[in-house]
Ligand binder design. Structure first.
Ligand SMILES: [Zn+2]
Length: 255
């Protein structure tokens, strides 16, 4: 069996010194695929350089994160767009909306999201969605943009069962990470009736470390804790969780 970390920021400069040891620990915990979401123009070279270092296990996404959308978002999009067709970009991400901090750039966030959805459609690439306090806004855009080409992952899903079902109806997958291991998150309850065929695993390293590492920087090797928790929640074997979620990741990204 192997595990696929569908959302990890292992390329960030803070992790560079320990990357060899980190990859070793991930291998030891059977994590063999790493899908890397981009943030903004600054992170582009870091994403590609890690993928160059580990070309058979690390795969780049390109996109502008909603928290990096401001009055200059069009310049950022122009910069990032130049890299979409480069190398082995396997998805547009992470993109979406984040209204947790403030709503100053809500219209810009919507516009950037729609523009990037259309980049994905034009290239038949999946999208990886960041959604924080913006479910209704994102859902409305996805319904408007939905066609047979639009597919992807709701990264770090932490909503309700009703929201999970709405996402699945649109043909999207739920990205499940460390939040599943947090007592009182309600996530185990929300997804216990969701079929594994709609779920992929992720760490979102270096954020959101699962129990028992909560509060410390996250890394992809900790994906095993998420997989183990999911096997408890779904009352099935770890092997089955690994097999189905890894197959799902490959079905979405094509690698
Ligand atoms: Zn992320």
């Amino acid at each position: 069996m192997f595990l696929a970390d569908t959302h990890t920021h292992l390329y960030i400069p803070e992790m560079r010194e320990q990357i060899g040891a980190m990859m070793h620990r991930a291998q030891h915990n059977r994590v063999q695929k790493f899908y890397l979401p981009n943030i903004d123009s600054q992170s582009v070279p870091d994403v590609f350089s890690l993928c160059d270092l580990y070309p058979t296990t690390c795969f780049p996404m390109m996109g502008l994160h909603p928290c990096s959308v401001n009055e200059k978002f069009e310049e950022e999009l122009t910069f990032i767009q130049n890299y979409i067709d480069e190398k082995r970009v396997i998805a547009i991400g992470e993109i979406g909306m984040d209204l947790y901090w403030d709503k100053i750039f809500i219209e810009e966030q919507k516009q950037a999201f729609r523009t990037q959805i259309n980049w994905a459609k034009a290239r038949k690439l999946p999208i990886v969605i960041h959604c924080r306090d913006a479910f209704d806004e994102i859902y409305e855009i996805l319904v408007a943009e939905k066609d047979e080409l639009l597919k992807g992952i709701f990264h770090c899903f932490s909503g309700t069962e009703t929201q999970a079902n709405k996402i699945i109806e649109l043909g999207f997958y739920l990205g499940i990470g460390g939040v599943l291991t947090y007592k009182n998150s309600g996530l185990a309850e929300a997804i216990k009736n969701i079929d594994l065929k709609h779920i992929v695993l992720e760490t979102d390293s270096p954020y959101l470390s699962p129990v028992p590492h909560r509060g410390k920087p996250n890394e992809s090797s900790y994906l095993l804790h998420v997989a183990e928790k999911l096997s408890d929640v779904k009352n099935c074997s770890l092997d089955e969780v690994a097999k189905i979620t890894s197959q799902n990741a490959i079905a979405i990204f094509g690698v």
